[in-house]
Design a protein around this ligand. Sequence first.
Ligand code: ADP
Ligand code: F6P
Length: 321
Amino acid sequence: MKKIGVLTSGGDAPGMNAAVRAVARAALARGMQVVGIQRGYVGLLNREFVDMNARTVSGIIQRGGTCLYTARCPEFRNMDGVLKGKAVCEEIGLEGLVVIGGDGSFRGAGDLSSVGIPCIGVPGTIDNDIQCTEYTIGYDTAMNTAMEMIDKLRDTTQSHDRCSVVEVMGRRAGYIAVNVAIAAGAEAALTLERPYDLNEIAAKMTKTKNEKGGKHHFILVVSEGVGQTENIAREIQEMTGIESRATVLGHVQRGGSPTLRDRVVATEMGYHAVELLEQGIGNRIVGLKNGKVYDVDLQEGLAMKKEFVDRLYDILNETAY
Ligand code: ADP
Ligand code: F6P
């Protein structure tokens, strides 16, 4: 291929810039031209392009967010939008496209591949909820941010002998919640994947509070998909008599300078995407399997099922008290 495009789509994630940089640098090193498409599929349809050279992507590897901006594009969900996207690619001579985003963005990439524009999906979302990969760009940074925030919350929770019920992101997945709960030394993680019993949690809290040398403050981590964080805090307070506060960490988890892991994985994945396009291969998702970068057919990858981290959940429950 002589000319490829790169875009970021869906929710942003720390490390997306590292992936954009790797795509641009690897492609330029192979003699390809690189076009940055701003605001995902919206920018493709509206022709929001930036020509990229090696310096365009200088000084971005350490930055959160995405220098290409991101957006959601309802028009791309139907074939008319996709065909319009194909026509724009042909108009400017784009022979392939790297799509950095989540599974919604990959569906768009699959549709564009099916009409003759080879696309490679690179997983970028803090939720780690893409089935065919062990890891998605942004996950590590987001978890570290949440952990640091909970460490701060613990100071005030402890001073007041309270319970903090903290909501972390993850609309459909509890991976952030269970990992952060372990790392922050929380008493429980409430997720969609595992049934939980508030009465049981409250009983354990009351028991330890009444023991000599028992705990006097508590942290419960709730994944966004469960929601009801205010209600959970109120119910816990009613059941235990322990003053409880709800805190929703929210979008702060999506920002900040990416960790080393996010920068390195993003660079490896972006590089691999260019290697595929260079060979004329499209309709693939790049992922991590057994710790190594690999690629899988886009539709097969989207249909895969990811195991929930049951063992981590068990370990959390058995080490919390
Ligand atoms: P994410 O990529 O993070 O999962 P979204 O689900 O919001 O985020 O998807 C991002 C964009 O990808 C959407 O705004 C739309 O342009 C495109 N997209 C999502 N689902 C589809 C689909 N089924 N077919 C084609 N394009 C889609
Ligand atoms: O998918 C990443 C994510 O941050 C989810 O955890 C969260 O539910 C969602 O995006 C929030 O999306 P928005 O930025 O549109 O509010």
